[in-house]
Write a protein that binds this ligand. Structure first.
Ligand SMILES: Cc1cc2nc3c(=O)[nH]c(=O)nc-3n(C[C@H](O)[C@H](O)[C@H](O)COP(=O)(O)OP(=O)(O)OC[C@H]3O[C@@H](n4cnc5c(N)ncnc54)[C@H](O)[C@@H]3O)c2cc1C
Ligand SMILES: NC(=O)c1ccc[n+]([C@@H]2O[C@H](COP(=O)([O-])OP(=O)(O)OC[C@H]3O[C@@H](n4cnc5c(N)ncnc54)[C@H](O)[C@@H]3O)[C@@H](O)[C@H]2O)c1
Length: 477
């Protein structure tokens, strides 16, 4: 089967490597494969740069910046700075988001980098498998390759419930004609949590609903607790552990009634908008995977540790394999899969050292094992937490909410994980990641000099706190 309206041409372009998708995964994979001497083609259906630049990280980060400006402008008088008329000019902000996206796209210059490297780029619609070595584009053009790297990313999930079409998907928030006064956000993952901060800062009354027992489930439990508490302090209603979202109905002309079940009780409330951030399945439904002999599982392509699918010359990288759906994972996986495909390497990537975080207020971030995971491996791992209100810089800036938790093995030789909530938490966690990557022990980290007064200095405080934890008898043997 080919795309709608396609005319099938039996001739095909032949390559060593075909990469489907030019997001972070596909771009990194294609450039690395070419660097290793392969002939490479990239097939992109929409925008170069993928989700991250066009509808994910970059637009979200612009909104997060505006949310911070609102917060800072609203509290400026506490610093003796007079600011009046603080508010959001929504059309101007939307225009700014598009402008920043364009700037980042122009800076990334994927098309030019592909051309300079000698990677062919074909933008003739979606690619679909015809067989395990052949792809057909919407245009009808065929591409054959010895190895195929599937880097198709994912899309936001519309829940299969009545009225779901009334929901605003995260990438559609920018299409709202005006900011909603009352909004429900379904899903407290990274996307939903960030949108809660943004919409709250922009003046909306926000209700956050999640079927998971807590928001930000993959993060350390302390992060979820701290961010939930921060949300509640600014008036957000946080309802985690609900039984189900049941229905959306149009009422009062342009409002939406959202129905859900919580603790056996039916609930219904009216909102101006309902944002659905309830998951991110890979874009695998329309790929013709069955013709290549691949069966998706849980809306993603299952792969082994070398990113090989069940068909060894077909790899799945980035959001397409449903593992760590982050830019920093996609890029490393792309490079590793390219090396494995081109030179038969057996490269893996360490997912333990994958820092990640979100731009809520306050920020949160983590790397490595959560406390729960570390304790499951060794109950006697050493855990210490330093609160932001013990950090000079945070007190100076009046940003005393939050903490850094450091987890080390029982001998304090290895840092197993770090988790933070607070101003600049993502950058703080990045410093710990560098230390973990260098394999330094806690005593060495405690001796690192941190510039004063910085947020990163909390890393030194936490390292010293880990060293100060009482030694258990079992550690002495
Ligand atoms: C709102 C939001 C905010 C985010 N913020 C962050 C963040 O701050 N930090 C972070 O690390 N991650 C963030 N992410 C996640 C990040 O965007 C993804 O993990 C990353 O983009 C995955 O890269 P990828 O290359 O696998 O897929 P994508 O970036 O989705 O790229 C896939 C590409 O494949 C193309 N494609 C799909 N199907 C076909 C086909 N059949 N034929 C041809 N082309 C096709 C698509 O058009 C797309 O260009 C965010 C995600 C969202 C939704
Ligand atoms: N800052 C970042 O790094 C960043 C930002 C956004 C997204 N991302 C990545 O993109 C991917 C997608 O993130 P996401 O937040 O869109 O999806 P997600 O799958 O991570 O989170 C979805 C949330 O929706 C909840 N949910 C699912 N079904 C529900 C239902 N029926 N009713 C109520 N709640 C329901 C889940 O429990 C979960 O908390 C993730 O891997 C994420 O890490 C990263």
């Amino acid at each position: 089967m080919t795309g709608e309206g396609a005319t099938v041409d039996e001739a095909a372009d032949d390559y060593d490597i075909a990469v489907i998708g030019a997001g972070p995964a596909g771009t990194a994979a294609a450039l690395r494969a070419r660097e290793l001497g392969a002939t490479v083609v990239v097939l992109e259906a929409e925008h170069l740069g993928g989700t991250c630049v066009n509808s994910g990280c970059v637009p979200t980060r612009v909104l997060a910046k505006a949310a911070r400006l609102i917060r800072d402008a609203s509290t400026a008088h506490e610093h003796g700075v007079e600011v009046s008329g603080v508010g959001i000019d929504w059309p101007t902000l939307v225009e700014r988001v598009h402008g920043r996206v364009d700037e980042v796209r122009a800076m990334k210059r994927e098309a030019q980098r592909f051309a300079d490297a000698g990677v062919d780029l074909i933008e003739e619609g979606r690619a679909r498998f015809e067989d395990a070595h052949t792809l057909v584009l919407d245009s009808g053009r065929r591409v054959r390759a010895a190895s195929i790297l599937v880097c198709v990313g994912g899309h936001s999930r519309r829940l299969p419930i009545p009225g779901a079409e009334l929901a605003t998907m995260p990438e559609e928030v920018l299409h709202l004609a005006a900011l909603p006064s009352r909004v429900a956000v379904i899903g407290g993952g990274n996307t939903g949590a960030q949108l809660v901060t943004v919409l709250n800062a922009f003046g909306a009354e926000v209700t956050l609903l999640d079927i998971a027992p807590r928001i930000l489930m993959p993060s350390d439990a302390a992060i979820a607790d701290e961010v939930s508490a921060a949300f509640r302090r600014v008036g957000v209603t946080v309802c985690a552990g609900i039984a189900s979202i049941d229905e959306l109905r149009r009422v009062d002309g342009d409002r939406i009634e959202l129905r859900w079940t919580d603790a056996g009780e039916a609930q219904a409330e009216r909102f101006d908008a309902v944002v659905m951030a309830a998951g991110w399945p890979a874009d695998v439904d329309d790929l013709g995977l069955e013709r290549a002999g691949i069966r998706p599982e849980r809306s993603a392509i299952p792969v082994d540790e070398y990113f090989r699918s069940a068909v060894p010359h077909i790899y799945a990288v980035g959001d397409a394999n449903g593992r760590d759906m982050l830019v920093q994972a996609a890029q490393f996986e792309g490079e590793a899969a390219a090396e494995n495909a081109v030179v038969g390497a057996n490269r893996r990537t360490s997912h333990l050292l994958l820092p990640a975080g979100g731009f809520t207020d306050p920020d949160y971030a983590g790397v490595g094992l959560t406390e729960e995971q570390a304790r499951a491996r060794d109950e006697q791992c050493v855990v210490a937490t330093v609160r932001y209100d013990q950090l000079d810089r945070a007190v100076i800036d009046d940003r005393g909410t939050g903490f850094l938790k450091l987890i080390a093995d029982r001998r304090r030789s290895l840092i197993l994980g770090a988790h933070a909530v607070g101003e600049n938490a993502v950058e703080v966690i990045q410093s710990v990641t560098t230390a973990m990557a260098a394999g330094i022990d806690v005593a060495t980290l405690a001796n690192v000099r941190f510039a004063y007064p910085t947020y990163t200095a909390i890393v030194g405080l936490a390292a010293r706190a880990v060293l100060a934890e009482p030694t258990r008898a079992s550690e002495l043997h």
